[in-house]
Design a binder for this molecule. Structure first.
Ligand code: ADP
Length: 229
């Protein structure tokens, strides 16, 4: 039973002669609890895909069914409610609030949730307990990204959308963050879609999608992958 079911998804930008179709009819099915990685070169439509699933932009055609609800039919309050209830976002740049501590940065989103996760538990499982009273500029880039993962997770979202979560990190720290995301996925059970152009993490996921010029050129389940962490 798919948690995220995408059918015939199309999106264009511009108008008239300079109208370009960025997504040319995407079909994809992602199960509950899956860690799905979306690869593709720069400009292939990855961010557009994520923005559509995140309800930040409107589709031209097709449907996006999340947890049984077609979000392309939502607008206004319902869309805001969908984002608040169902989604967590992780970005390349951590967007932490500089004058809040690590703990406070995770706590600020807690009120959005009906059923938030306990902050102490999150701080521990993200390896941030020692850093909890520090400010973002007093911890490493990897720790800042851990904190932004905590902020996304604290409201216990069904779906975590990650746009180049390791884009600002070196290779070793990237691997640590991805391993952490796998552990977090197992512990808290949220479905993850991770957009990246970093092919090195291919072996860490059991569902791989690849976009090229707005077309899905690869959709591969790899059940033999057992995360090494
Ligand atoms: P990726 O994330 O794979 O790099 P994007 O989804 O950001 O790709 O972009 C896909 C294409 O859509 C690119 O050619 C980009 O220039 C174009 N594009 C993205 N957003 C907009 C926008 N708001 N207006 C016009 N063109 C856009």
């Amino acid at each position: 039973n798919p948690y995220l079911e995408i059918s015939g998804l199309t999106k264009s930008y511009g108008s008239g002669d300079i109208r370009t179709q960025v997504l040319k009819g995407i079909d994809a099915s992602i199960s509950k609890g899956e860690v799905c990685v979306l690869f593709g070169p720069s400009g292939s439509g990855k961010s557009t895909f994520l923005n559509l699933v995140g309800g930040l932009e409107t589709v031209d055609g097709g449907s996006i069914v999340v947890n049984g609800q077609d979000i392309t039919t939502l607008s206004g309050r319902d869309l805001v409610e969908y984002r608040r209830r169902e989604l967590g976002f992780i970005f390349q740049f951590y967007n932490l609030v500089p004058d809040l501590t690590i703990r406070e940065n995770i706590e600020v989103c807690r009120h959005l949730a009906k059923d938030p996760l306990p902050v102490d538990d999150l701080l521990n499982s993200l390896g941030l307990w020692e850093q909890r009273k520090k400010f973002p500029n007093q911890v490493s880039g990897g720790q800042q990204q851990r904190c932004s993962i905590g902020r996304a997770l604290v409201k216990n979202p069904g779906l975590l959308l990650c746009d180049e979560p390791t884009g600002a990190l070196d290779y070793k720290t990237s691997k640590e963050i991805l391993a952490l995301m796998e552990r977090v996925n197992k512990r808290y059970g949220c479905t993850m879609v991770i957009v990246t152009h970093n092919d090195a993490i291919k072996h860490m996921s059991n569902h791989i999608l690849r976009l090229r010029d707005g077309v899905l050129v690869e959709d591969e389940m790899n059940d033999s992958v057992i995360p090494a962490f």
